[in-house]
Design a protein around this ligand. Structure first.
Ligand code: 5GP
Length: 215
């Protein structure tokens, strides 16, 4: 089970971001460059896109199977986003954390809040392009969306922006390489927090007490 952070156990973090922020690309580049991270694979009831692979990008499942997973308590969180279910299966997250990997959940804002409430140690990171204009350019540049859908995504981004200050870190995705390194640096710094090193602190103080005994 997931409890307090223990020595050797990985850190759980959430990366959220506007649609078009490039968070998926950042995750892929991070996994390619560093081997101490794992990105959780979510379950979803939405249709698979042509550039996606089953069981790699998502577990694409039916509503019925998703509802079974909810009933059997197999998810750490789930949310409804644009009429589809999205959720984080517990098993993979636990396995990876136990192996000492830092696990990243790439999920939207409601899911982030649920995870933070359940595991207060979670690091919340929000990815954004440098400006709203740049966000629009990226959505238009993809060439895959109608003007209506782009409008919808920008409206949703405006709502999500109101929740950005609940995150621990804001990561500006200006240049991919730099952004990947900054994400790595944030997580490395998190490992150094005193609150995540209780075992080490305890051990040092016990050793010091033994050393100073009799002096
Ligand atoms: P997309 O359909 O574009 O892949 O994802 C839509 C949104 O759902 C994105 O913001 C993505 O981060 C979020 N999402 C993906 N998986 C999960 C999940 O397991 N839980 C929650 N709450 N959101 C998710």
């Amino acid at each position: 089970m997931m409890g307090d952070s223990m020595a050797g156990r990985g850190i759980l973090s959430v990366v959220s971001g506007f649609s078009g922020s490039g968070k998926g690309t950042i995750m892929k580049a991070l996994l390619k460059k560093y081997d101490n991270y794992a990105v959780s694979i979510s379950a979803t009831t939405r249709q698979m896109r042509s550039n996606e692979k089953p069981d790699l990008d998502y577990f694409f499942i039916s509503d019925r199977e998703f509802e079974r997973m909810i009933a059997d308590d197999e998810l750490y969180e789930y949310a409804c986003y644009q009429d589809h279910y999205y959720g984080t299966p517990k098993r993979y997250v636990d396995e990876q954390l136990d192996q000492g990997k830092d696990v990243i959940l790439e999920i939207e804002v409601q899911g982030a809040e649920k995870i933070k409430a359940r595991f207060p140690d979670t690091v919340l990171i929000f990815v954004t392009p440098p400006s709203a204009r740049e966000l629009k350019n990226r959505l238009v540049g993809r060439g895959t969306e109608t003007a209506d859908r782009i409008e919808g995504r920008l409206k949703r981004a405006a709502e999500e922006a109101d929740l950005m200050d609940r995150y621990d870190y804001i990561l500006v995705n200006d240049q991919l390489d730099a952004c990947v390194d900054q994400l790595d640096e944030i997580l490395r710094t998190e490992h150094k927090k005193a609150s995540r090193n209780k075992e080490l602190i305890k051990q040092l103080s016990e050793e010091l007490q033994t050393l100073t005994k009799g002096e």
